[in-house]
Design a protein around this ligand. Structure first.
Ligand code: PLP
Length: 389
């Protein structure tokens, strides 16, 4: 099998597996004061350092949660406070290309969640966003603004830092979902200038069910946590710490940070090779978001007139796993809201295939993908011609 669906999930790193196996044998709860508890606490705090270091944050800024979905649900709330006199945030502004877990709007009332537009390449339409924030500032209504760092379907990168000033001026809070970006491109909380950052463990070689919400400033605190109870994670997320998941996430984050620069260059070259190959096989191929800065591992494309299911199933039968539309949904192929927001015509959007590379992807894998795709493409066209004749 050839697995080219690393944006859906990427295999567990050996370092993460080893850390998880070791953590499974720890008896204590990280909240207990005895030696067993202290051993568990050490594992949690070491992992916290590693995750923080991947994004240039202080260790105490990291809140461990069960994944990016929970991090997004925690982040999207009116209950962030900078000072005791702060009132709840009134609005939630999200881009039209966010992951479903952000579009859901967290704890904001549905009529307080607004979708803001992107341009044809999938980037936030900054003048429209700034105008909306200026309106809110005038009305003295504070927004929570959520813009993802990298899109899961197209890999397109967003100008998060460019929004920071306008969000601050409106007294708002800026959140960035970096579930897809972390481990693929360098991230520094200081240059990103977001107040909150979402991370997912299994997208960077950690286990499923691990993730973090990173807070840029100690002044910012959650007046009402999403999950209340025993006060773990400094009151931001209750529940006995999931030791193996946290240990695995930490080890994966450390390994990802180590490999990042070399992998980005290597995968960028493979991305170029794959796209050039697609252009030779199908000169009418459209690569989405090609005009924008993108992740080095993601290629989202369509060949006009060929539905994604047809290609996807044919590739699967030939041993190649890729995805179409948004893979996080039920496995059913439906029109992508991301491509729709980019004003891609429905016919073309219904053919969108996402190939996402990972650290196990070699140059030969790209050649094998192209050879299989070439065969599949030719067969589909021949069948069409025979049916038309
Ligand atoms: N955000 C983005 C951009 C994603 O791509 C995904 C998963 O595909 C998620 C959030 C959800 O991540 P998790 O599986 O960790 O809940």
């Amino acid at each position: 099998r050839l697995y080219l669906d690393h944006n859906a999930t990427t295999p567990l790193r050996p370092e993460a597996r080893a850390a998880m196996l070791a953590a499974l044998d720890v008896t204590g709860s990280a909240s207990s004061v005895h030696a067993e508890g202290r051993a568990a606490r050490r594992i949690v705090e070491e992992a916290r350092e590693k995750v923080a270091s991947l994004v240039g944050a202080a260790a105490k800024a990291v809140v461990f949660v069960s994944g990016a979905t929970e991090a997004n649900a925690t982040a999207l709330t009116p209950h962030w406070r900078r000072g005791p006199a702060d009132r709840p945030l009134e609005h939630c502004l999200v881009s039209a290309v966010e992951h479903a877990s952000v579009l859901a709007g967290g704890r904001f009332a549905p009529d307080r969640v607004e979708m803001l537009p992107v341009d044809g390449a999938g980037r936030a339409d900054l003048p429209a966003w700034s105008a909306r924030m200026a309106d809110l500032r005038q009305a003295n209504e504070r927004p929570l603004v959520s813009l993802m760092l990298a899109n899961n379907e197209t890999g397109v990168l967003q100008p998060v830092a460019a929004l920071a000033e306008a969000v601050q001026a409106a007294g708002g809070v800026l959140h960035a979902d970096a579930a897809q970006a972390a481990g693929k491109i360098a991230i520094s909380m200081a240059t990103l200038r977001a107040d909150l950052l979402t991370l997912s463990g299994h997208k960077l070689g950690g286990p499923f069910g691990s993730g973090a919400l990173v807070l840029a400033s100690e002044a910012l605190h959650l007046a009402e946590p999403l999950i209340a109870g025993g006060g773990q994670e400094r009151g931001a997320r209750a529940g006995t710490e999931n030791l193996p998941a946290i240990a695995g996430f930490g080890a994966a984050a450390e390994a990802a940070a180590r490999d990042l620069a070399a992998e980005a260059v290597r995968q960028r070259a493979l991305q170029g090779r794959l796209e050039a190959g697609l252009g030779r096989i199908a000169p009418d191929v459209v690569v989405f978001g090609q005009g924008a800065e993108r992740l080095p591992n993601t290629i989202c494309f369509a060949v006009p007139g060929i539905p994604a299911e047809t290609t996807l199933m044919a590739l699967d039968l030939q041993g190649v796993a890729v995805s179409s539309g948004s893979a996080c949904s039920s496995g059913k192929v439906r029109a992508s809201h991301v491509l729709k927001a980019m004003a891609v015509v429905p016919d073309l959007a219904s053919g969108a295939i996402r190939v996402s590379l990972g650290r196990s992807t070699a140059a030969e894998d790209v050649e094998r993908f192209l050879a299989v795709f070439h065969r599949v493409h030719r067969t589909i066209y021949e069948k069409r011609r025979m049916r038309a004749a």
